[in-house]
Ligand binder design. Structure first.
Ligand SMILES: [Fe+2]
Ligand SMILES: [Fe+2]
Length: 465
């Protein structure tokens, strides 16, 4: 582990002078991007952050006060497995690819660029949130997520620079040029162009959209392109915290709302009504489902055949890694009706991964509903049907209610304000967003966390303002 190099790394960067020089040239551009597009108004503040210092499962993180632009972004890969093999697809059992196989070069670059683009995008989406933090604890968590998304960008840029030559370098530059929500140079995926300008959005984003990241990274952690697999394996350990922030953040909002519901009118008491929380869930869940791609996809088949992108827990969960002759049945719209269609399993792997994701999201909903039960309420929140409000794949262009029934466009438009946050809902939520920065204090619309960070109490001064 070379922690004190200009670019901390565990890939012996100093032995590859050409790559080291290229990355050291990219570094100041990255820092310019961070200063321009990273958290606004907090760049010179000390934040109690964890920094990766090892890749072992225990004790890989060091906690200390750091100014964000001085964060030690680095390149960390899980150690190589001796005799690693391609674990699935047509080349299953052959030695893992240590270099990019020529015939898969474009596919692989596309996978890495698409993943890489989401990392800086989320930092851009969240850059104003610090100004309205509900507590110092939450402010610190926001910044932790932000610096780690920055590190994830490094992880992908390392692969582009290290394995894709000139076009890799161009792609790495372009990752710093696109901007979330900018109509002229938007980020690649639509969920990453949506504004994330209040904390309910932030928690829903880290719950649902970062969780898409978990499933994409898990599928890539199975990759036969070994540097990508090892990179993603370590990214996943950081990603777990982002989802924790979203899951517990939304849980704390639900708890506070439940407490206020027992006292009187939630709005009058400065809380977020349950139906608005439900609409935010509907919004981010449906946009995050789109990130998995079309239900029937030749790309997914190609990526699997090539051994580039596996299924979730491919090695752990499956005995058979060819998936060559199996079929998958899904519902598609035909003649104005939902009808089952059989497709080859390899063409349905986006849908298979999406199914794993949905199961995981349901667990989150169960946790939040348990909070409602614990608070003595009968009210429930739920996930909308995965067909609802889709912009990608088989269901895009059709209209479904939140139960998944096919409905007319007129009915959909007419009822949309029941399902998706309206302008008024968003304005109401924004009206609650006042910064609370006194240690130990918390905003009216959210309950405090059960515990602080890494043994520190909630009252700890996590950010020195
Ligand atoms: Fe990430
Ligand atoms: Fe993340």
């Amino acid at each position: 582990m070379n922690l004190y190099d200009r670019i901390p790394n565990n890939v012996n960067l100093s032995e590859d002078k050409k790559l080291q020089r290229a990355l050291e040239k990219w570094l100041p551009n990255y820092l310019d991007w961070w200063r321009e597009m990273g958290p606004e108004g907090f760049q010179d503040k000390d934040v109690w952050l964890r920094t990766a210092v090892d890749v072992g499962s225990e004790g890989w993180a060091h906690f200390d006060f750091v100014k964000m632009p001085e964060y030690r972004w680095g390149i960390f890969l899980q150690p190589p497995q001796p005799d690693a093999k391609v674990g699935f697809g047509d080349n299953c059992g052959r030695p893992a690819y240590q270099e990019v196989p020529g015939e898969f070069r474009n596919s692989l670059r596309r996978i890495i660029v698409t993943q890489g683009d989401t990392e800086p995008a989320s930092v851009e989406q969240q850059r104003q949130l610090g100004k309205t933090c509900p507590s110092l604890y939450d402010l610190r968590n926001l910044f932790q997520v932000n610096v780690e998304e920055g590190r994830h960008l490094w992880a992908m840029v390392y692969l582009l620079h290290g394995y894709f030559g000139r076009d890799g370098r161009d792609e790495a530059d372009a990752l710093l040029e696109r901007r979330s929500g900018n109509p002229d140079k938007p980020r690649i995926l639509e969920a990453f162009n949506q504004p994330c300008d209040d904390w309910l959005n932030f928690f829903a984003f880290t719950m649902f959209t970062d969780r898409d990241g978990k499933y994409q990274l898990s599928a890539l952690a199975e990759s036969g392109f070994e540097p990508l697999a090892r990179t993603c394996q370590f990214m996943l350990t950081e990603e777990a915290h982002h989802m924790f922030v979203g899951d517990t953040g939304l849980g704390r909002v639900v708890r506070r709302t439940a407490q206020l519901m027992k006292q009187g009118d939630v709005r009058e008491l400065g809380g977020i009504p349950l139906d608005i929380i439900q609409k935010y869930i509907n919004f981010w869940f449906s946009y995050s489902l789109d990130l998995f791609g079309g239900e029937i996809s030749s790309n997914s088949a190609d990526f699997f055949s090539a051994g580039l992108k596996g299924r979730y827990k491919e090695q752990e969960q499956y005995n058979e890694h060819l998936a060559a002759n199996d079929v998958f049945t899904l519902l598609v719209v035909e003649d104005g009706q939902l009808k089952p269609r059989e497709v080859s399993l390899r063409n349905a792997l986006n849908e298979v991964l999406r199914g794993e994701y949905v199961k995981d999201c349901e667990k989150g909903l169960n946790r939040w509903n348990k909070i409602l039960t614990d608070e003595g309420l009968m009210d429930r929140i739920s996930l909308p049907n995965p067909r609802f409000h889709r912009h990608v794949g088989e269901y895009a262009g059709h209209h479904f209610d939140t139960a998944g029934n096919l409905i007319t466009e007129e009915e959909f438009e007419c009822r949309l304000s029941e399902w998706i946050p309206t302008m008024e809902d968003r304005e109401y939520v924004r009206s609650l967003m006042h910064p609370v920065t006194e240690p130990g204090k918390i905003a009216s619309w959210i309950a405090p966390p059960a515990t602080g960070v890494k043994g520190k109490p909630f009252e700890f001064k996590y950010v020195r303002l």
